[in-house]
Design a protein around this ligand. Structure first.
Ligand SMILES: Cc1cc2nc3c(=O)[nH]c(=O)nc-3n(C[C@H](O)[C@H](O)[C@H](O)COP(=O)(O)OP(=O)(O)OC[C@H]3O[C@@H](n4cnc5c(N)ncnc54)[C@H](O)[C@@H]3O)c2cc1C
Length: 1001
C-alpha cells in the first residue's frame, strides 16, 4: 500500500457545541431575496401537490403511512411486527408474536382509505388475522380455534406476506442481480446500491460483508454502460459492516485492518469508474470514519478517479467543519470528491447516547428546523465548492429540494438522491418539470431477513410527527405549514434548542445534576483524559497498613463521639458536604481513574463509569436526605396538639464494601449512612485499600468531620471484629452471601439492641432470549453483560437461556463477538477486559474452566496474556442445574430451551435461590410480562444489557440469596439507615387552645 506522504491534520471540531451560537450564525446567513422566496414557494407547492395527488399510485409508502400512522397503536404494532416477524423460524413463536402484536391494534375496524395495492394487501392480511385472533385469548386457545377455522399457517402466511410486501417496497432486490434487473427495467437514470445488514459483530460477518460488497461492485460495474461519472451507478458502504470493532477506542486496530479493506473495495470501484460512497453513521464514529476515509483516499492507487464519496449529516453540529475538512483533503490530493448531504438517520439514538454518557451537550440539534437550516447552509457551501466537490442532495422534503434548486441557480454540477420506495411522486414531478436535472436512487439490496433494521429506520423516519413525508401524507396539514421556512420556525437564536429535551446533564433536575461523562468518540476529550490519567502517581498498595483489633475499639469509640455532633448537624449541611464531594470527584476524575486502573484493574470505560456512579450516589443521597431528614413530617391529629414524625441517625454504622466497585459502592454505603445522620466506620476490601483512603480523604475535604467518618483497613478478621463490636448500631455490607450470613450470625449473637443489616450479595444471573430477539442486539448485550469488567460485577450475566430454534446462530454470533474483545492492560483505552482482581481469583476461575471443559460443550475458550488475566469463555450446559455457584469472572454458561418449555426455564432460575438481575430479549410483550410476573428478581432488563444500574434510575439490589434490600440508589434506601421518632406536643397545655378559639366563624 502506498500512501500520500503529505501530513494531513485529522478532523477536529467541538463535539457538542452550544446550539444558540450556531443558530445565530445560521440565521444571519439564511436570507434569500423576495423573488427567490417566491420561486421556492412555487416549486415546493407544485411538488407537494404532486405528492398529495398521488393517492392512486401503486405502492407508495406515503399511502401506507396514511393507513397506519406511527402515532396509532396499529402503526406501532406494525412496526414491531415488521422488525421481527421474518426472522422467527418456528411456527409457535411466530403465532404467539402475531397474536401479541395484532392484539395491540384495532385492525379490524381500520377503514381502507387508499386504493394503493400495498396498503390493501397489508390491511387485508392484518385485518384478516386480527379478525381471527381476538385480543386477550391465550396463544394456545387462539391457535387451537384458528387451526379449526382457518388454520394457523394461513394466518401466519398472510401476515408474513404483508411484511414481505412492505419489505419489497423498500428493497430493490434480494440479490444484486435481481436489483440490477429491476433497476434497468425502471429505466431510472442513476442508482447507488446498498448491501443490507446490521454492522458486523464478528470477523466472519465482516468478511461476509466485504465479499458481498466486492461481488456487488463487480456486478454493478459489469452491468454499467459507457456513460461517464457522475452519471454512473454506484455503491454505498458502511464502515461498521467491514469491521467488528468499529469504535473510537479501537482506533489503532481499525486503521490497521479496515483501511486496506476500504482501499481494496475502492480500487475495484475505480476499475469500473463507479460512485463509491461511504455512508455516515453515528456521531461517535465520525472522527474515526474520517480518519479511515482520509487514509484510504490518500492511497496512490486511487489517483485520477472522481468517484470516491462520503455522506455528511446536517443534524450534526459539526457538518460544516466536516465539509471544510473534506474539501481541504480534496485540494491537497488534487482530486474531485462526491459528497452526499443527508439530514441524518439516527437522531433518536444520538439523543439517548448523549444522555447516557452525561455529556455537556448533544452532538446533534434538538429541533428539526435547526437540522433543516443547517442543511441549507451546508448545501450552499457545497454548491460553492463545485466542481472539486460534486454535491448529492439526499432528501424527500419538497421545501428542501426547492430551496436547493434555487440556490444552485441551474441544474448542473450536482444531483439529488432519494431512497428506493420513498419520494416517488416528488421525484416523478421533478423529472417531468426538469428533465435535465439528475437524481439517483439509493437502492437497498438484501434478503428479507436482512432488511428488518433498515425497514424500521424507514418506518420511523416516515412515521415521525416531524417528518416531511408523514406531514405531506396528511391532508389535514395545510400546505402553508409545510412551506414554513426553518429560519422562521427557529425565530431567534434562543429558539435553537428543543424546550422539552433537557441538556444531558439536566436530565434529573430539579432533583440533582447528572454526573459528567466523556465521549470517547471525541479524540481531544479521550486524549486529554488518557494523558491526565497517565500523569497521576499511585502509591504502592502495601502503603496502606492494616488495622489491629485494638484499633477497632478505639475507632468505634471515636466514631461514637463523632456521632453526637454529626447527627445534630442539619440535613442541609450534610447534603451540601455530599454535593461538594461529588464536585471534587468529578474535578479529580483522572486521579480516581488512575487509582481504579492500577489498584482495581479497571478499563478506562469502567473506571470512568465508576467515578460517575460515585458522584451520582453523593448527589442522589443529598437530594433524598434533604427531603427525608429536614424538619420532619407533620402527622394529622386532634386540635391542640402537634405531631411530627422525623428520622434520625442510629449511631455508628459499619460499612463493609467489596473490591469490585472500590469507589462507587464504598462511597455509596458511606454517603448514605452519613446522610442519614450516622457516623461511619468504613472497612474496604483488603485488595483495594488505597482507593478507599483517597475517597475518605475527599469526603473529609468536602466537609465531613473527621470524627464522623473513620477508615479501618484490613481483611475479614477486622471486618468481623468491627461487626461484633457492641457499639455498632447498623451494618451495611456488599459482598458474598456467605460473609453476609456470617455477619448476620455475629449480629444475632450480640446482646444489647438488635441492629439492622443491609446486605447486597451475589447472584447467578440469567438472561432469556427467544426467537423474536434480534441476534445482533442479543450478541451486544450478552457480551457486555457477561464479559465487561471481566465479569466481576454482581449483576453480570452467568446463565444464558436461548430458544433452541435460534440457538446455533445466536451462540455463534456471541462467541464470534466475544472473540473480538481485547484482553490486557487496562490503561490502554483499546482494552475491553482487564485483569481479574488477584491470583487467587484467577486460580478459582481456571479451576472452573478446567471442570467445564470436561463436562460442557465449549463454544469459546479465549487465550489470555500472562498475568492475572482470564479470557472470555462460553460453555453450553445440558441443564442449568449444572451451574451451582456464582462464578465471578468472564465465563458464560448457555442452556438451550424449547419454545414450549419457558416454564422450565423460570423454574431453573428460581431454583438458584438468587434474585439479583435478569435479562429478557423478546419482542412478545405477553411473554415479557409473564416472565416479569413469575420471577422474584430485583433488577429486570428488557431488550438491553443487564449491567450498569444507574443511581436513581435503576435502584439496585435483589431478593433471596441476593440481599436484604432496600435498593441502593433508590428512594427507600436512606430510611433503612435511620430510626424514626415521633414528637407530640400538647399546644393547648398552657392556657387552652388559643388557635381553635380564635378561628373565624
Ligand atoms: C439517498 C439517501 C442516502 C442516505 N444516506 C444516509 C447516510 O449515509 N447516513 C444517514 O445518517 N442517513 C442517510 N440517509 C437518511 C437521511 O438522513 C434521512 O432520509 C433524512 O434525514 C430524511 O430527510 P428528509 O429531508 O427527507 O426529511 P425531513 O422530514 O425534512 O427530515 C427528517 C430529518 O430531520 C432530522 N430531525 C428530525 N427531528 C429532529 C429534531 N428534533 N432535531 C433535529 N433534527 C431532527 C432527522 O435527521 C430526520 O431524519 C439517506 C437518505 C437518502 C435519501
Amino acid at each position: 500500500m502506498t500512501s500520500d506522504p503529505a501530513p494531513f491534520p485529522p478532523f477536529s471540531a467541538p463535539y457538542a457545541p452550544d446550539d444558540r451560537a450556531i443558530a445565530a450564525h445560521l440565521l444571519k446567513a439564511a436570507g434569500v431575496s423576495a423573488e427567490q422566496d417566491t420561486r421556492i414557494d412555487r416549486t415546493a407547492r407544485r411538488l407537494i401537490d404532486a405528492i398529495r395527488a398521488s393517492d392512486d399510485r401503486l405502492g407508495g409508502v406515503e399511502d401506507m403511512l396514511r393507513e397506519f400512522a406511527l402515532s396509532t397503536k396499529e402503526g406501532l404494532a406494525l412496526m414491531v411486527l415488521a422488525e421481527a416477524l421474518l426472522r422467527v423460524p418456528d411456527a409457535r413463536t411466530a403465532d404467539q408474536f402475531i397474536e401479541d402484536k395484532l392484539g395491540e391494534g384495532d385492525f379490524v375496524h381500520h377503514e381502507t382509505k387508499s386504493s394503493a395495492f400495498l396498503v390493501n394487501a397489508s390491511a387485508w392480511a392484518l385485518g384478516m388475522s386480527a379478525r381471527v385472533i381476538q385480543p386477550g385469548e391465550t396463544p394456545q386457545g387462539t391457535i387451537g380455534r384458528l387451526a379449526k377455522r382457518l388454520g394457523a399457517p394461513a394466518v401466519r402466511a398472510a401476515t408474513r406476506q404483508a411484511m414481505r410486501l412492505m419489505g419489497s417496497h423498500f428493497v430493490l432486490g434480494e440479490t444484486i442481480e435481481a436489483a440490477l434487473a429491476r433497476a434497468h427495467s425502471t429505466g431510472g437514470p442513476r442508482y447507488s446500491f446498498d448491501m443490507l445488514g446490521e454492522g458486523a459483530r464478528t470477523a466472519h460477518d465482516a468478511t461476509r460483508y466485504f465479499n458481498s460488497y466486492a461481488s456487488a461492485i463487480a456486478a454493478i460495474g459489469g452491468a454499467a454502460d459507457h456513460r461517464a461519472l457522475p452519471d454512473r451507478p454506484g455503491i454505498s458502504v458502511k464502515l461498521s459492516a467491514l469491521h467488528p470493532r468499529f469504535e473510537a477506542t479501537s482506533h489503532g486496530r481499525v486503521m490497521a485492518e479496515l483501511v486496506p479493506l476500504l482501499i481494496e473495495l475502492a480500487r475495484q470501484a475505480k476499475a469500473y469508474d463507479l460512485n463509491f460512497t461511504v455512508d455516515a453513521e453515528e456521531a461517535d464514529r465520525l472522527e474515526l470514519s474520517l480518519d479511515v476515509i482520509a487514509a484510504a483516499l490518500g492511497d496512490a492507487s486511487l489517483k485520477g478517479w472522481d468517484g470516491f464519496g462520503l455522506a455528511i449529516q446536517t443534524y450534526q453540529k459539526r457538518a460544516s467543519e466536516v465539509i471544510d475538512h473534506v474539501d481541504n483533503r480534496a485540494r491537497a490530493l488534487k482530486r474531485r470528491l462526491m459528497v452526499r448531504l443527508v439530514k441524518g438517520a439516527y437522531w433518536d439514538t444520538e439523543i439517548k447516547r448523549a444522555q447516557e454518557r452525561g455529556l455537556d451537550g448533544y452532538p446533534v440539534f434538538t429541533r428539526k428546523a435547526m437540522t433543516d437550516l443547517n442543511y441549507i447552509a451546508c448545501a450552499q457551501k457545497l454548491l460553492a465548492l463545485r466542481p472539486r466537490i460534486f454535491p448529492q442532495f439526499a432528501t424527500h422534503n419538497a421545501l428542501t429540494v426547492a430551496t436547493v434548486l434555487e440556490l444552485a441557480g441551474g441544474e448542473d454540477g450536482f444531483e439529488f438522491q432519494r431512497l428506493h420506495g420513498m419520494g416517488d411522486a416528488l421525484y416523478a414531478q421533478l423529472a417531468e418539470d426538469r428533465p435535465r436535472l439528475a437524481y439517483r436512487t439509493y437502492a437497498p439490496v438484501g434478503s428479507h431477513r436482512d432488511l428488518l433494521a433498515y425497514l424500521v429506520r424507514r418506518l420511523l423516519e416516515n412515521g415521525a410527527n416531524s417528518s416531511f413525508v408523514a406531514l405531506a401524507a396528511d391532508d389535514a396539514v395545510p400546505v402553508a405549514t409545510l412551506l414554513r421556512r426553518p429560519a422562521d420556525i427557529i425565530g431567534t437564536a434562543d429558539g435553537a434548542e428543543h424546550p422539552n429535551i433537557p441538556l444531558p446533564r439536566d436530565l434529573f433536575l430539579p432533583q440533582r445534576k447528572d454526573s459528567r461523562g466523556i465521549e470517547f468518540g471525541e479524540r481531544t476529550a479521550l486524549g486529554a483524559l488518557v494523558s491526565a490519567v497517565a500523569k497521576e502517581t499511585v502509591p504502592a498498595a502495601d502503603s496502606a497498613a492494616s488495622a489491629t483489633p485494638e484499633r477497632v475499639n478505639t475507632t468505634v469509640a471515636a466514631a461514637r463521639q463523632g456521632f453526637l455532633a454529626w447527627s445534630a448537624t442539619p440535613a442541609e449541611a450534610r447534603a451540601i458536604a455530599l454535593e461538594k464531594a461529588a464536585e471534587l470527584l468529578e474535578g479529580r476524575k483522572a486521579h480516581f481513574i488512575a487509582f481504579l486502573q492500577r489498584e482495581g484493574g479497571k478499563t478506562l470505560d469502567d473506571a470512568l463509569s465508576e467515578v460517575r456512579e460515585a458522584a451520582d450516589f453523593c448527589r442522589y443521597y443529598a437530594a433524598q436526605g434533604r427531603k427525608l431528614f429536614d424538619a420532619g413530617e407533620a402527622m394529622p391529629g386532634p386540635t391542640g396538639e402537634s405531631n411530627v414524625l422525623r428520622l434520625r441517625g442510629r449511631g455508628v454504622f459499619a460499612a463493609i464494601s467489596p473490591w469490585n466497585f472500590p469507589l462507587a459502592i464504598f462511597l455509596g454505603q458511606v454517603t448514605a449512612a452519613l446522610m442519614a445522620g450516622n457516623s461511619v466506620v468504613a472497612k474496604p476490601a483488603e485488595q483495594t485499600p488505597l482507593i478507599a483512603a483517597e475517597a475518605v480523604r475527599l469526603l473529609h475535604e468536602a466537609g465531613i468531620p473527621m470524627a464522623a467518618l473513620h477508615l479501618l483497613q484490613g481483611d475479614g478478621a477486622i471486618g468481623a471484629a468491627l461487626t461484633a463490636h457492641a457499639d455498632i448500631a447498623g451494618v451495611v455490607f456488599t459482598g458474598s452471601t456467605e460473609v453476609a450470613r456470617s455477619i448476620n450470625r455475629t449480629l444475632a449473637a450480640k446482646d444489647g439492641p438488635i441492629v439492622p443489616l443491609i446486605a447486597e450479595t451475589g447472584g447467578i444471573n440469567a438472561m432469556i432470549a427467544d426467537a423474536t430477539a434480534l441476534p445482533e442486539q442479543v450478541a451486544d448485550d450478552v457480551v457486555t453483560s457477561a464479559f465487561r469488567s471481566a465479569g466481576q460485577r454482581c449483576s453480570a450475566l452467568r446463565l444464558l437461556f436461548v430458544q433452541d430454534d435460534v440457538a446455533d446462530r445466536m451462540i455463534e454470533m456471541i462467541a464470534g463477538a466475544a472473540r473480538e474483545l481485547k484482553v490486557g492492560d487496562p490503561s490502554d483505552p483499546a482494552t475491553h477486559i482487564g485483569p481479574v482482581i488477584d491470583s487467587e481469583a484467577k486460580e478459582r476461575l481456571e479451576a472452573h474452566i478446567a471442570r467445564m471443559k470436561k463436562q460442557a460443550r465449549v463454544h469459546l475458550a479465549g487465550i489470555a496474556p500472562d498475568g492475572n488475566y482470564v479470557a472470555p469463555h462460553i460453555f453450553e450446559l445440558a441443564d442449568a442445574s449444572e451451574l451451582t455457584e456464582e462464578v465471578f469472572g468472564p465465563i458464560l454458561h448457555v442452556v438451550r430451551y424449547p419454545a414450549d418449555r419457558l416454564d422450565r426455564v423460570l423454574r431453573s432460575i428460581e431454583a438458584t435461590g438468587y434474585g439479583l438481575t435478569l435479562g429478557i430479549h423478546s419482542r412478545i410483550d405477553d411473554s415479557v410480562e409473564a416472565i416479569i410476573d413469575a420471577v422474584w428478581i430485583g433488577n429486570i432488563y428488557v431488550n438491553r444489557n443487564m449491567i450498569g444500574a444507574v443511581v436513581g434510575v435503576q435502584p439496585f439490589g435483589g431478593h433471596g440469596l441476593s440481599g436484604t434490600g432496600p435498593k441502593a440508589g433508590g428512594p427507600h434506601y436512606l430510611s433503612r439507615f435511620a430510626t424514626e421518632q415521633t414528637v407530640t406536643i400538647n399546644t393547648a397545655a398552657a392556657g387552652g387552645n388559643a388557635a381553635l378559639m380564635s378561628g373565624e366563624e
